[in-house]
Every structure is written in C-alpha cells, then in structure tokens.
Ligand binder design. Structure first.
Ligand SMILES: [Cu+2]
Length: 135
C-alpha cells in the first residue's frame, strides 16, 4: 500500500519527536544539579573563578580565561574522597604545578600567566580531568 501524504508527514513528525526526547532528557542529567555553564563572551580582562573539586570531576570541566586570571579549586566541606589538582600538560616552558592531596575544606589557587591549553588532572583518578584555555 502506498502511504498517503498525511501518513508520511505523521511519520516524519513522530521521528522528529523521538529524536528530541533523548536530547532533552540528557541535557539536565549531566552534572548532578550543578549550575549550567553559560558560555558568555570570554573577558579580555583577568578574572577570578572558582572550580569545584567534586568526587571524580571538576566543575566546570572546561574554563576559558584571559591571561593573568586566577582559578581557585574548592574542595567541599564534607568531601568524601581525596583529590588533587595537577598540571598534566601545559604550554611550553610552563612549570608543573600541583596542589596537595586533600579530602575536604581545602582550596588551591593558581594564576595563569602564559596563554595556551592546560590539561589538569587528579593524580588519583584518571577520569578526573579539566581543560583550561588561557587567551
Ligand atoms: Cu580525584
């Protein structure tokens, strides 16, 4: 049987709706309720930002900041597992930096003076990484 125009359109709409469902459902589920990372235009001025050190992830996992900006990693007051902040790979000539290994109520600060891409890792958890782009 040849499908009528209405049936074809109906099927197309149904497919579109199906395609939308996982996208919408996935959007909010990602980070366990942390604030959405609105990507505003990157300020050319140095900024001071905080990064949450959570169990097995940094929030946010990506930061784009101007040269001279400072990131402060903040461990939760009631932290459960131990983590650190280590420069895995950075621009040429940048010295390695790393925090202590801490569990709770700890902060670590670093000011980025050299533009480039910084890959930050937790030395205890391979899956725990973040990227910092310095412009
Ligand atoms: Cu960790």
């Amino acid at each position: 049987m040849i499908p009528t125009k209405t049936q074809v359109i109906g099927a197309a709409v149904a497919i579109c709706l199906l395609a939308l469902v996982p996208a919408t459902a996935g959007a909010g589920a990602g980070r366990g309720g942390s604030a959405p990372t609105a990507t505003a235009a990157v300020s050319k001025k140095p900024v001071k930002r905080k990064v949450a050190v959570e169990n097995y992830y940094y929030g946010p996992a990506k930061e784009t900041i101007a040269k001279g900006s400072t990131l402060t990693w903040v461990w939760p007051v009631d932290g459960a597992d131990s983590h650190d902040v280590v420069l895995g790979k950075g621009p040429k000539g940048v010295k390695k930096f790393q925090s202590d290994i801490a569990t709770a109520a700890y902060t670590y600060k670093h000011t980025f003076t050299v533009p480039g891409k910084y890959h930050i890792i937790c030395s205890l958890h391979d899956e725990m990484t973040m990227d910092v782009i310095v412009r």
